[in-house]
Structures are given as C-alpha cells and as structure tokens.
Design a protein around this ligand. Sequence first.
Ligand SMILES: *Cc1c(COP(=O)(O)O)cnc(C)c1O
Length: 406
Amino acid sequence: MFKLNENYLKLPGSYLFSTIGKKVNAYSAAHPDKKVIRLGIGDVTQPLAPVIVEAMHKAVDEMGKAETFHGYAPELGYEFLRNAIAENDYKARGCSITADEIFISDGAKCDSSNIQEIFSLDNRIAVCDPVYPVYVDSNVMAGRTGTYNKEQETWSDVIYMPCTADNDFTPELPEEVPDLIYLCFPNNPTGSAITKARLQEWVDYANKVGAVILYDAAYEAYISEADVPHSIYECEGARTCAIELRSFSKNAGFTGVRLGFTVIPKELKCGETMLHSLWARRHGTKYNGAPYIVQRAGEAVYSQEGREQLKEQVAYYMKNASYIYNGLKEAGYTVSGGVNAPYIWLKTPKGMSGWEFFDYLLEQANVVGTPGSGFGPNGEGYFRLTAFGTYENTVEAVNRIKALRM
Ligand SMILES: *Cc1c(COP(=O)(O)O)cnc(C)c1O
C-alpha cells in the first residue's frame, strides 16, 4: 500500500486568498449593485508591450518552418537570452556575472521553491516575517521545518526574522546562525527596500558563517532610489555566498507567459563542490526549459524599444503606487512601501486586526486588499494594497478610502 509524503499533511493550508475570494464573492452576491475594486492580488493587469508581442509572433512563425524550427532548448537556456541578461542586468551594473552562470526557467516561484532541494535536509532556514509564503511551504514539503505551532503560526526549525516598523521592514542579522537565508528586496508584501550598505552586511555575515543567501529580486525593475541595489552581486563577496532569483513577471507582465532565471556563481561552493554543478544536474534531469517563443519574448525585453516600453509600464504602476501612498497618508494612515515596489503596506487604523480592516474596507468602501497576517505573525495589524490595478480603479479606490474619514 502506498504512503503519502506526510510532510504535505503538515501544511496548515493557505486560506488567505481562498478566504478573500469567498468573502468578496459573498459580498458581491448580496450587493450586486456595488462595484468592488480589487487591490489585493499580486498580478499585473497591463497587456504585453508591443515589442514583446512582435517577438513572439516572429518566433511562432519560425516554429512553423522546417528551416527555423526549434525543438528542445539548450539545458541552461538559449545563449541569446543569457547573453542579453548578463550584459544588461549584470555587466551594465558592474556585476561580474557571466552568461554560463545564468539558468533560464519558467519563473521565480518554481525556482525559489525548487532550489532548496540541492541542500541538505538538516540545513536551517531563516526567513523574514512577514514573508512570501513559497519559501517556507516548499521547505515544509521537503521536511526541513520541524513541527508547527498553531497559536504562534511558526515552525520549530525555522528562524524567523521580524520585519517591523522599528527596523524599516528589513531584518536584523539573526541571533541563531542559519544555513540558508531567504531575502526578497524590494519586498513582497511590505514594499520595503534594502540599501546597498545594509545588504553588504548580509553578504559579509553569510560569508563569515558559511551560509547561502537566496536573494529574490523579482521587483528589481521598480527600484527608484539610487542607494538601493538591483542585484545582490553589486555587493562585494556575493559571488561566494549568494544565489539570485529573477522573474519577467513583474517587470514585463509575464505572469501568464512564464519566464525567469536563477544565477549561481561558480565560486559558490560547499567544499570543492560548486552549487552550479548541482543545479545544472537538476535542470538536466528534471526540467526541459522555457519555450523558445517565450525566450525570444524575453530577449525583446532587453532591446532598446523593449526597455522604453517597459519603463512606461512600470511607471504606470508606480503612478498608482504613489497615488495610494499619498492618498492614504493624507487620510491619516501610517504607510510605507510604494517607492521601490508596487506594494503599499499600511498600519490598520484604530488597532483593528488585518481581517477586521479587510471586512471594514470591503463593506464600507468596496475595496479589497490583503490582511498582513496572511504573510506571517508580524504582519498582523498591517494591510497590503497593490499598485497593479488600472489607474482609474486605483484613484476611485483611494478616494473611497479617503471618504471614510477613519
Ligand atoms: C511575483 C513574485 C515572484 C515571481 O514569480 P514568477 O513565478 O516568476 O511569476 C517571485 N517572488 C516574489 C516574492 C513574487 O512576489
């Protein structure tokens, strides 16, 4: 008789977005005349930029002719894309990352959850609290997190690094020494960023204690401030301690197209073994790569036209972000984020819990956001709004919230 991977049964169940969906559906059914505006989900809404659509059409035509047909992609991804990434994302920023250290994939969610399997099960992970849930849950599935404490909503073998107003929503170096450190900046859900000087402290720390930093830079394109690094490899010494995860989802609207990449410098070693070799082995065995058509679309992101069109797309969302940020501030809310990230993190008013404020906002303003507690215990008392809606809806939502006069 077969048995299950019991680790899956330990997962507390992610009720966050299903609960939100149920509440919104129930409200809409009871009030069909109300227009509900959703600023809850972390998905983009703008269509693909013209230059990307063009590149995809061209690639589709190539696939339809024997002379230009492409079968399986090379294991690490096509050279044209890896070269464009190495040149534009790294060399242009002074980072020494070469094309053969870049692994093309179908997104950063899979990479950030799969990467843990090249590490020993007795490695200790450290995560921010609040956090993008994928990092923790993928380690739960692997059996690396110990037992779950229902009251505290924490795992016994995970090191939690609180990100609160007191530390500007960037973690302090942990007291207990971790083996794997998950960092995501600019951050989902808090919208906070980390300065190069602060990130350098993390790189120095990881090199000192022999830890690996798994650096999720999915929101790199939203950075507007000069002292915020776009890549962890801008820090000295990162080549011996950091893996970087990137995605085309948020900078180019590829959430439905699917494309991302992971960088593993060849100097990142455990004894004599390069982590690069292990990840290459994993790619070769378990993965057949992102589609040719999509990799061509990714290449177009780096063209002159692509960069211009996408700059506009990011600016569109960031205009929403500043509208939300300024509007809520004027209304007396305590807000952060929204400057280097498309997320606004606000303190719930009058000591309301995240869910109380969720219900209040849904019923009084017909606006949907996300309770911070869904991302970890330190998210309680906070609320996330996203800038990924249309400008018109964003303006209307903010004006409705302002009219509430909390
Ligand atoms: C959206 C997001 C990603 C991107 O995931 P994809 O699988 O590439 O779409 C990665 N990390 C974080 C924290 C995100 O919010």
